[in-house]
Design a protein. Structure first.
Length: 72
């Protein structure tokens, strides 16, 4: 059976990969999260932008993940 990704799932996978890659970049490089000239730009574009895309796609996701963590 040929299984393809829907455009919504593809966007979610891209945003998730962007979020994970950005977090790794901020953790493993000397790139600061805040600078005098740029402000919070690196942290925003590497973490907050993909996180906001994921929340916009599924608004209940953060609460369901938190509930799953608390159930453990």
């Amino acid at each position: 059976m040929h299984d393809t990704l829907s455009p919504r799932r593809l966007r979610a996978l891209i945003a998730l990969a962007w979020l994970v890659g950005g977090a790794l970049l901020l953790l493993l490089t000397p790139l600061s999260g805040h600078s005098e000239t740029l402000g919070w730009t690196p942290a925003f574009w590497l973490l907050m932008a993909p996180a906001s895309v994921l929340v916009a796609m599924k608004p209940g996701l953060p609460m369901s993940l938190l509930a799953a963590l608390l159930r453990r």
